[in-house]
Design a protein around this ligand. Structure first.
Ligand code: DHB
Ligand code: FE
Length: 282
C-alpha cells in the first residue's frame, strides 16, 4: 500500500531561485529564511520518499488566464520548465510517476472531482523552486513528482472547503494504491501577500501564524474561510493558502508538527515552512 509519510509547506517565490543561484543564502536578508530548511532536508534524506505529490498554482506558464482549469494534474513520466521571465535558471526535467498519477486521476474523477488530466504539462516556479529548496543543486531527479495544480489566479477559484476536500480525496486515493510507495505531500505558496494594487506589499503575520497553527490542529477552521476572507486578511495573493489547505487534507490521521520556520517579509510574502507527520492508516 502507498503511504503518505509526511507533508511540507513551503514558499515558492522566484527570488529564492535567484538567491540560490547567486549564493546569497548566508546574507542577512536571506539567512533567517534559509536557516529553516536544513531540518526538513535532513528529514527528506532520512525518509527517502519515492513520490512527492506537489500542490501548486500555475502562474501562467502552462495555463494562462484564457484557459484556467480549476483543478489540473499531471500524469506524465517527465515534466519540463521553461523561461517564465523571472531571470531564474531553467531547471533540469522533473521525473513523473505516471502509474500512481493515473490511479489518483481515476479515483478523483470517480469521486466527482472533474480534473483536467495533463499528459504534457510545463511546470513553473510554484513547483520547481520548492524542489530545488529541498534538494539544492537541482538534485531531485531520483524523486518522482506528481503535480497537482489549483487555480489561484483567475476568478472563480475553488474555495478552501473544496481544496481541502480535494486533498482528502487524494489521501484516500494514495491509501488505495496497491504498490508500496512512500509519499510526501508539498503545499507550496502563500502565505499573506499582495503583489499589486493599493495594498501591494501587504503582509499579515498574525494571520499567517494563526493559519500555521490551524493547519496543524484545526484545519476545518480554515475551510470556513472564503477566498474573499483570505484576500481581506492576507492580501490578494493569500488565496495561495489553498495549496496548503489541500496538502493538509491529504493527512487523514492525527497530525504532529515536527518543524516550523515563519519569516516575513521575504520578497513580498510571509513564508511558512512546516514539516508535518500523521498517524498513518494501518
Ligand atoms: C512573489 C510571490 C509569488 O507567490 C509568486 O508566485 C511570485 C513572486 C513575490 O513575492 O516576489
Ligand atoms: Fe505564487
Amino acid at each position: 500500500m502507498a503511504n503518505i509519510i509526511g507533508a511540507i509547506t513551503t514558499s515558492h517565490i522566484p527570488a529564492i531561485a535567484n538567491a540560490m543561484a547567486n549564493g546569497l543564502e548566508e546574507t542577512p536578508y536571506w539567512k533567517p529564511f534559509f536557516d529553516g530548511y536544513p531540518p526538513v532536508r535532513d528529514w527528506l534524506n532520512e525518509k527517502k520518499p519515492d513520490v512527492i505529490i506537489l500542490f501548486y498554482n500555475d502562474h501562467g506558464l502552462e495555463f494562462f488566464i484564457d484557459k484556467k482549469p480549476t483543478f489540473a494534474m499531471g500524469v506524465a513520466d517527465e515534466y519540463y520548465n521553461s523561461d517564465e521571465g523571472w531571470g531564474i535558471p531553467t531547471i533540469p526535467p522533473v521525473t513523473g510517476e505516471s502509474d500512481l498519477s493515473w490511479h489518483i486521476a481515476n479515483s478523483l474523477v470517480d469521486e466527482g472531482f472533474d480534473m483536467t488530466i495533463c499528459q504534457e504539462m510545463k511546470v513553473d516556479h510554484g513547483l520547481t523552486v520548492p524542489l530545488n529548496l529541498m534538494w539544492p543543486g537541482h538534485k531531485y531527479g531520483h524523486v518522482k513528482v506528481i503535480p497537482v495544480c489549483i487555480n489561484c489566479e483567475q476568478y472563480p477559484m475553488p474555495q478552501p472547503w473544496r481544496t481541502f476536500e480535494l486533498g482528502k480525496a487524494i489521501g484516500r486515493a494514495v491509501a488505495s494504491y496497491e504498490k508500496d510507495l512512500n509519499v510526501v505531500v508539498f503545499g507550496t505558496g502563500g502565505m499573506s501577500h499582495q503583489l499589486d494594487g493599493e495594498r501591494a506589499g501587504f503582509i499579515n503575520r498574525a494571520f499567517d501564524l494563526d493559519c500555521l497553527d490551524k493547519l496543524v490542529s484545526d484545519p476545518e477552521a480554515l475551510t470556513k474561510y472564503t477566498n474573499i476572507d483570505l484576500v481581506e486578511q492576507g492580501g490578494a495573493q493569500a488565496v495561495e493558502l489553498n495549496m496548503l489547505i489541500a496538502m493538509r487534507g491529504t493527512l487523514l490521521g492525527k497530525v504532529t508538527e515536527l518543524h516550523r520556520n515563519y519569516h516575513a517579509p521575504i520578497s513580498n510574502t510571509g513564508s511558512g515552512l512546516m514539516l508535518l507527520e500523521h498517524e498513518m492508516p494501518k
